[in-house]
Design a protein around this ligand. Structure first.
Ligand code: AMP
Length: 542
């Protein structure tokens, strides 16, 4: 119709262009892998992103190509976020904590043309390079002084050298807002990791949603420390949402222990931080042991795993920091719900308020939710009925890269694999998980992979692996196994059998031998019953 609003594409580069114009001297501060503290402004970051765009063109990266990263939270990773997406290519942020075979699988599946990585990952990339079939250029994210004298990585390039060869005279191209911008693999479902593709439009819309007052409430008055990694669900979109509002950003690099995080918060006057419960546990331990308090931190976003109610209480009662418990998933860009209060709840007595905050939060506009029973019938929002949680919206995945795993949608809704209640006020509470995975310290462990290894042992008849509560890691894997008749194997022998077959942090914490495992009527292993049977089990030392 005549006179309708302008049809302007929502592009990621518009965020950084806006930040330069309106918040040009606001700082981005990074602890570096090389051991220093780097600081510059949005103006300089934008200039470097434009320079990097020219570097990428010179390396032959074209529209739609994938560029992989193995990097901590830092300014060079931030520049890569903007430059790669900005030229219409796709940044594939790879989780370096995965087992080397999975990293190889991801890079080959994504067909990364270039791999950019931090110094910490030199030994890893040296080991993997012969198997990374698509990679034409390896770029070490450092300067000349830190380049290794010798390496087996073919034609290893130095990031800062490449940057020095270009200037920053570059105009960002305009293209369809539905172009892919970023790619993050998740092991949150069974089988091989699957790629979630974020678009320009979905990313910008999600940043608007994330910045809302009842979501992360971001503003130009904030200094934000994303502890959540940039390789895990785009650091919950903070590199985009902070840029949108012109908040100061503080990147912790590889230093995530309590002391380092605390010192950085104090030194850079951080007002808001975000990360998984395990990180906050280390921080709270540091505070208690050293009898120190925060001078500027006001809010913290905790998610990725359930935030223990005691953590909410400690942060608020002892340190005056409000906790926002958030729920989401990589497939949701990732924000789904945030636990901010409504007026009537803010007026409740403390204990009741904390009980509301301990839930996973309420929906953000842009995320529709429903819970359904086994037959797909929608359940009421009464805080009691629990069922499979389905979501829908413009920043929620419609499927996976290369249609891996088929079409996941059910009548246009994405099944989260979480089981939940929703109360009359719209607050979500995750009660269980129907997907067969364990989340330890915010990262996934595949129970199926661990079961397959157990049953490969000659003395094991059947095995189930479930997540059991752990005070530090939230969940740890426990093997429940049935021995073959007449065969013997001990707990330690079975655990030894895992060595070399999995990443060290996937190693099950314990083995329980049982005469038989519970099955459903259709003969499937019933993990629900097994979890109930073992509800009083405690891990050794936990
Ligand atoms: P990821 O894609 O790695 O971010 O993992 C998403 C999954 O982590 C969700 O589907 C949940 O199973 C779990 N998760 C995320 N946030 C929370 C939370 N606040 N409480 C409980 N589980 C959570």
């Amino acid at each position: 119709m005549q006179g309708l609003m302008m049809d302007v594409p929502l592009l990621i580069t518009d965020l950084i262009r806006f930040a330069e114009r309106n918040h040009g001297d606001t700082e981005i501060v990074s602890k570096t892998v090389e051991g220093g503290l780097h600081r510059y402004t949005y103006r300089e970051a934008h200039a470097r992103a434009r320079r990097l765009a020219k570097v990428l063109h010179a390396l032959g990266v074209k529209l739609g190509d994938r560029v992989g990263t193995l990097a901590w939270n830092g300014y060079r990773h931030y520049e890569l976020y903007y430059a790669i997406s900005g030229i219409g290519a796709v940044i594939n942020t790879i989780n370096p904590r995965l087992f080397p075979d999975q990293i190889t699988y991801i890079s080959n599946h994504a067909e990364n043309q270039v791999l950019c990585f931090d110094l910490s990952f030199m030994p890893l990339v040296e080991k993997l390079a012969p198997q990374l079939k698509s990679v034409k250029h390896y770029v070490l994210l450092t300067d000349r002084a830190h380049m290794p004298a010798q390496t087996s990585i073919p034609k290893l390039k130095c990031y800062e050298d490449l940057m020095d060869q270009q200037d920053d005279r570059f105009e960002w191209p305009s293209f369809d807002e539905r172009t892919a911008a970023a790619l993050c693999y998740t092991s949150g479902t069974t089988g091989n990791p699957k790629g979630v593709l974020f678009g320009h439009r979905s990313t910008v819309l999600h940043a608007y949603g994330a910045a809302l007052p009842d979501a992360l409430n971001l503003s130009a008055l904030d200094a934000v420390l994303p502890v959540v990694p940039m390789f895990h669900a785009n650091a919950w979109s903070l590199p985009y949402a902070c840029t949108m509002v012109g908040a100061k950003m503080v990147f912790p690099g590889p230093h995530l222990d309590g002391k380092s995080v605390y010192e950085l918060i104090e030194q850079e006057k951080v007002t808001l931080s975000a990360g998984v419960p395990t990180v906050w546990l280390m921080l709270l331990q540091h505070l208690a042991a050293n009898k120190v308090k925060f001078s500027t931190l006001k809010r913290t976003v905790i998610g990725g795993s359930a935030c223990p109610p005691a953590m909410i209480r400690t942060f608020q009662d002892d340190y005056g920091v409000t906790v926002f418990h958030a729920w989401g998933m990589t497939e949701m860009s990732p924000l789904g719900t945030v636990g901010s209060l409504k007026t009537k709840q803010a007026q409740l007595p403390k204990d009741q308020r904390y009980a509301v905050q301990a839930k996973q939060g309420r929906g953000i506009f842009g995320v529709e939710m429903k819970i359904v029973d086994e037959g797909g019938k929608e359940l009421p929002w009464d805080g009691k009925a629990f069922g499979d949680l389905l979501v829908k919206g413009p920043w929620i995945a419609s499927g996976y890269m290369k249609s891996e795993g088929g079409d996941p949608l059910k009548d246009g809704w994405f099944p989260t694999g979480d089981v939940a209640t929703i109360d009359a006020e719209g607050y979500l509470q995750i009660t269980d998980r129907s997907k067969d995975v364990i989340k330890s310290g915010g990262e996934w462990i595949s129970s199926i992979d661990l079961e397959n290894i157990a049953v490969a042992h000659p003395a094991i008849q059947e095995a189930a692996v479930i997540g059991v509560k752990h005070p530090k890691w939230d969940e740890r894997p426990l093997v429940v196994a049935v021995k073959k008749a007449g065969q013997e194997v001990t707990r330690d022998e079975l655990l030894k059998f895992y060595e070399g077959k999995i990443a060290k942090w996937w190693m099950p914490d314990d083995v329980v031998f049982v005469p038989e495992l519970p099955h459903t009527a259709t003969g499937k292993l019933s993990k629900l019953t097994l979890r109930q049977q073992l509800k009083d089990y405690r891990l050794p030392g936990a």
